[in-house]
Write a protein of this length. Structure first.
Length: 241
């Protein structure tokens, strides 16, 4: 499955062999991001350095946890999240394509290299699995693994992986272990018309979330919180504890 890369995403890859191989060039229509892209071209960004990222992540720890396992569900877990997705979101916050006043402030001073180092650091950590609600987990599992063809809902695992680890190459995020409250809030926002920018990549989730009911969202959110990356598809449930 391939989606046309757009400016924010192309900018994050502009330094890399992947972009070169695909001949990706920022579209002329998207010159808003040209200064950033030009800087990137002038000083090639190196792949993220987790050791350098650790120092830069001290400030993030207050909310996201020092190892990316936040203690509070209002802050998404970053532990184990892939570098590409983290870089994309930090660029999204910085450009306000994804609107959040706190993260706008946090992302604004970061260079492209900082974003990669931070991404590499958090990617090197392991997410602590949460616990799924026993009453909802079956419905959530069905949606996650099979989708609902009759309603045009694809299986979540097609992109986020059977074990919820995501797909780094495509910047599809890890969902395994993520706080259900955060997942629910994010899916609801997409359902209600929010989008993280206007590129094709950013249209994927709003399109899917519009087809989800509140019950679907509650079920799939608790399912992913209990999903253990290490144990494949078997989620922990409250009952199992
Ligand atoms: C004061 C609290 C706070 C601090 C400090 C903070 N963040 Fe965040 N971060 C948030 C909140 C709140 C969200 C959720 C935003 C939303 O709902 O869209 C978030 C979301 C994110 C996301 C998106 C995660 C996802 O799963 O989509 C990334 C990436 C991120 N932060 C990285 C960082 C980095 C890197 C730092 C340090 C440079 C940092 N944050 C510092 C509060 C914080
Ligand atoms: C065609 C691929 C695809 C499918 C299928 C898909 N997703 Fe996604 N998902 C994405 C992409 C791409 C993003 C990142 C969006 C962005 O960067 O704007 C994402 C992001 C998310 C996030 C935000 C994660 C975070 O850390 O903030 C959640 C939650 C999510 N998807 C849930 C689901 C659920 C639930 C399903 C099934 C009903 C699903 N996705 C199906 C591609 C997909």
């Amino acid at each position: 499955m391939s989606f046309r890369r757009t400016v924010a995403f192309a900018a994050t890859l502009a330094f890399g062999a992947a972009a070169a191989a695909q001949g990706t060039a920022p579209a002329p229509a998207a010159t808003a991001a040209a200064p950033a892209a030009a800087e990137t071209a002038a000083a090639p960004v190196k792949p993220g350095d987790a050791a350098a990222g650790q120092g830069k992540a001290a400030v993030c720890g207050a909310c996201h946890g020092l190892d990316g396992n936040s203690a509070d569900a209002q802050y998404p877990k970053l532990a184990g999240q892939n570098e590409q997705y983290i870089v994309r979101q930090l660029n999204n916050f910085k450009s306000s394509a994804r609107q959040n006043p706190i993260m706008l402030g946090m992302a604004s001073p970061l260079s492209e290299q900082d974003m990669h180092d931070l991404g590499a650091y958090f990617a090197s950590k392991s997410p602590l699995p949460g616990v799924a609600d026993d009453k909802l987990v079956k419905a959530g599992e069905k949606l996650y693994r099979q989708g609902d063809a009759a309603r045009g809902i694809p299986a979540c695992m097609a992109c986020h992986g059977p074990d919820g680890r995501g797909n780094p190459g495509a910047a599809y995020p890890q969902l395994a272990g993520q706080w259900a409250d955060y997942v629910q809030r994010t899916l609801k926002a997409w359902h209600d018309g929010t989008a993280w920018g206007s590129d094709d990549h950013a249209q994927i989730m709003p399109t899917i979330a519009k087809r989800l009911t509140d019950a679907d969202i509650a079920a799939v959110s608790t399912y992913v919180e209990g999903l253990h990356a290490a144990e494949g598809a078997a989620p922990a449930t409250a009952a199992a504890r």
